[in-house]
Write a protein that binds this ligand. Structure first.
Ligand SMILES: Nc1ncnc2c1ncn2[C@@H]1O[C@H](COP(=O)(O)OP(=O)(O)OP(=O)(O)O)[C@@H](O)[C@H]1O
Length: 813
């Protein structure tokens, strides 16, 4: 590794960078002009409109991409030895055989003059020279030609003679770090080849940088084991297992960007779904993808995956666990069946057709109708018409009987039979009776009671609101809650399962869509009438082409199409609104927390089983979470998922990891903590304080650590049960500290529970009352492990009471 910051090198790189920014400016101006042009267009045929919509989306996306890559546009350079053909044929510059680049045809002073080199610049997007046969001026980090930047080592240089990390601030080059991979040359120049982490200086500088409360991309320093995951095959289920800080989240996001780049056509229309553990975490990672220049992605939590329901309420862990059990499938199926009622006694239905006289519907008749509807093989809501037909048929016979056995009744059909004549009803009469029965309010009321059309929300809320229903469905009574209780994330897989059992979407969605369409057509007809009416009055020239287009081209239904807002939605927006959307690829972060019910939902969203599953079974906090990847995945892809492990911890320094390792050993002695890539040079502290003094001690420690964090961030992780006592103490000394359901992570100091801290990181972390964190949850040791591994620089642990031997042993001090 060497730091080649002499002026001539910087000048060469500055010239190239300035040229690249010139191109970026031109691209941005072009996209902006095209966007304005598209936005100014109005009217036209439906095809014109759809074309205009896609042009608007395309240029808006492009502009967003160009803006996102403004910082760090170009960050790397590869110099190849042209005599080595191993990597040829991957970039345009290889094929045309030109050496060098416009910025630096001869390579740098590390031997460019001695050897004929080929130069590639690596950056956040690809830029090509339109005036020079589309020569690549900058190669997208996701392109195959960029790969040696991440993979080449001195042992396997892939033709790379030198890898250069280019440091920039805005549009200025501030330095370069070189690694010479050619062993001979390294020997001659005295500049060492490095075979450990790639781009060590750049990596360490990224890792030591202060945190901002938002995750940053890692394109400049992706490591080889991470690159293999990012560029793994699209198909099948890829599991990425790694300890804390190994870059699982970063890698998952970069994989999304890579897959969208490589399989753009398929994935941008079918959308990549990324599922994270909670809204706070989504905000934490929200800026990574746009800065990777990607927009065709839907980010969500489990709580967001049932369209029309926002499910972010909290509930006890034990309830979440019950809701997540696979047995809930049977519970819901039983709950649906329970709503298909057969009363114990006959029910009386008063009929207008009999002048308000009742008929008695026997339980056996209802049971028969239910049996036939069930045996139709249709889902509950879709089987209702079968049930209706059976009951109406039975009622019509009862009506016929009633009329038939009452010789003095008026002839319902208006005939003139003499009193005493039997009423002879033929099939047409019965059909008429059935038709009338279908319109009778009491009949409809009875049908709705016996076999109600249900939304998933009605089924699930109705189940939880009634002990009788819970018992009938074989569900634990702990699930009992108010019918108006807010939805929790664990309810979402249940709602989804209910939707599958009820078959709500087809019927209800189609009815709503049809109604909407009728409204639009009615509106369009009105509009055409106005247009057509005004035409004969206002216009003398009947052949005016403008007006002809109004009446000839805009038939009412086409005009209705133009009103249909759906066409203006992006694929990601459409996917978010559609429960049955089949995503092109699904990425799940913190996947160890997912319950069996949650897995069922995700598998439904991804029929192609093209998935990336990212997590750490040692960090499983949720009771219903996975104990092993096999238990989670084998039910869906038995033996067909591939596992990749990440082994290096980029976040947590060695000193802190030594503390966390003690806790990990307590969870499972066979688990290996990931190897830290660096030392922080500061030992973690553990302090025992008298319980009564805990608030004051926390206030003191928070004040000190907030200063120690410099311009970085401090996270204070508390047991949930201590918030009421301890948060006021923190706010007294640090009034701007963020705390709440979704605390602002950009705040200097953030107070949070372990659950909230999942996946996040801070420069400094104070963990309060580790014993209580362990006690608060059945997977408490896992929670403590998560809490202890959130810091990038400093860790402090506050323990109420004298430090027990056990804690000293646990924390390894
Ligand atoms: N190759 C890399 N270059 C620079 N930074 C990296 C690299 N890999 C990981 N990091 C950084 O390490 C930190 C941890 O990464 P990340 O949050 O993705 O880890 P994780 O495995 O998801 O952790 P956890 O399971 O503890 O939540 C982040 O700040 C990330 O940016």
């Amino acid at each position: 590794m060497s730091n080649a910051s002499d002026a001539s090198e910087l000048a060469i790189e500055q010239a190239h960078l300035t040229m690249l920014y010139g191109h970026l400016d031109t691209l941005r101006e072009e996209a902006s002009t095209q966007l304005q042009r598209a936005l100014l267009q109005t009217g036209g045929t439906p095809a014109d409109r759809s074309h205009r919509d896609s042009a608007t989306a395309l240029y808006t996306d492009r502009l967003a991409q160009y803006t996102a890559v403004e910082n760090g546009l170009c960050f790397g350079r590869l110099d190849f030895d042209r005599s080595d053909a191993t990597d040829r044929g991957q970039a345009g510059s290889d094929e045309d055989g030109k050496a060098g680049s416009p910025g630096d045809p001869g390579g740098g002073p590390d031997g460019g003059a001695a050897k004929n080199t080929e130069v590639r610049y690596i950056g956040r997007i690809g830029i090509f020279d339109e005036d020079n046969d589309y020569e690549p001026l900058l190669i997208d980090w996701r392109a195959p030609a960029s790969r040696p930047f991440y993979l080449a080592t001195a042992a396997a240089p892939e033709g790379v003679r030198r890898r250069r990390h280019i440091r920039t601030e805005q549009r200025t080059v501030t330095g370069v770090d070189d690694e010479v991979l050619d062993l001979d040359e390294a020997h001659h120049t005295g500049r060492g080849a490095h075979d450990g982490v790639a781009g060590e200086a750049a990596l360490l500088s990224a890792l030591n940088a202060s945190r901002t409360g938002r995750m940053k991309d890692i394109v400049e320093t992706i490591q080889a084991e991470q690159d293999h995951v990012i560029r793994g095959d699209l198909n099948g289920v890829l599991v990425v297992q790694g300890g804390p800080g190994t870059g699982k989240t970063a890698v998952a996001l970069h994989r999304a960007a890579y897959l969208l780049y490589t399989h753009r056509q398929m994935l941008s229309s079918r959308v990549v779904l990324i599922v994270g553990p909670n809204p706070t975490f989504l905000r934490y990672i929200s800026q990574v993808l746009p800065s990777l220049a990607e927009t065709g992605v839907l980010l969500g939590t489990m709580g967001d995956l049932f369209p029309g329901v926002v499910a972010h309420a909290d509930e006890p862990a034990t309830i979440t666990e019950i809701k997540g059990r696979a047995e809930m499938v049977d519970v819901l199926a039983a709950a649906v069946q329970d709503r298909q009622r057969v009363p114990d006694e006959p029910i009386a239905i008063r009929l207008d057709i009999l002048d308000g006289a009742p008929v008695m519907l026997d339980p056996e008749v209802i049971a028969d109708a239910r049996e036939r509807a069930r045996r139709s093989g249709k889902l509950h809501n879709l089987a209702r018409p079968v049930f209706d037909t059976e009951i109406i048929h039975a009622l019509s016979l009862l009506v016929a009987d009633t009329i038939g056995i009452d010789p003095y009744a008026d002839d319902p059909l208006g005939g003139d039979d003499a009193p005493g004549d039997p009423q002879i009803l033929d099939e047409a009469d019965l059909a008429e009776i059935r038709r009338e029965l279908r319109g009778e309010a009491e009949v409809l009321g009875a049908l709705d009671w016996l076999w109600p059309i249900l939304t998933p929300q009605q089924l699930v809320a109705g189940l939880f609101a009634s002990e009788i229903r819970l018992t009938a469905a074989g569900a634990p009574l702990e699930l009992r809650r108010s019918a108006r209780a807010a939805w929790t994330p664990a309810d979402v897989p249940l709602l989804d399962e209910a939707a599958e059992l009820l078959g709500e979407d087809e019927t209800i969605r189609e009815i709503i869509a049809e109604r909407q369409r009728k409204r639009q057509i009615a509106y369009a007809e009105g509009a055409l009438e106005i247009a057509f009416g005004s035409r004969s009055i206002d216009v003398e020239d009947e052949d005016d082409p403008e007006l002809l287009s109004v009446t000839d081209l805009l038939e009412a239904d086409r005009l209705a199409d133009r009103q249909d807002e759906g066409s203006a939605l992006t694929p990601a927006e459409r996917a978010a609104a559609d429960r049955k959307w089949a995503f092109g690829h699904v990425i799940v972060d913190e996947a160890q927390e997912l319950s069996p019910m949650a897995w069922r939902l995700l598998m439904r969203r991804c029929p192609s089983r093209s998935m990336t599953v990212v997590g750490d079974v040692a960090q499983t906090g949720d009771l219903g979470g996975a104990a092993s990847w096999a238990s989670a995945l084998d039910p869906y892809v038995p033996g067909r998922w591939r596992l990749r492990e990440l082994t290096v911890n980029y976040r947590t320094p060695t000193e802190i990891m030594a503390v966390a390792a003690g806790v990990l050993a307590g969870i499972d002695p066979d688990l290996e903590p990931p190897r830290s890539v660096r030392e922080a040079g500061v030992d973690p502290w553990v302090r025992g304080v008298a319980p009564a003094r805990l608030p004051d001690a926390l206030a003191e420690a928070a004040t000190t650590e907030a200063v120690e964090a410099g311009d970085g961030r401090l996270g204070i992780i508390l047991p949930a049960g201590t918030f009421a006592d301890l948060v006021p103490a923190v706010l007294k000394v640090l009034p701007d500290a963020a705390v709440g359901d979704e605390p602002e992570l950009a705040a200097k100091v953030v107070v949070l529970t372990v659950k909230q801290a999942k996946g996040l990181e801070f420069d400094g972390v104070i963990v309060v009352d580790p014993d209580r964190i362990v006690e608060e949850s059945p997977r408490g040791a896992n929670d403590l492990y998560v809490a202890l591994t959130r810091a990038t620089q400093r860790l402090g642990v506050l323990h109420p009471g004298v430090l027990p031997e056990s804690l000293l042993a646990v924390v390894g001090i």
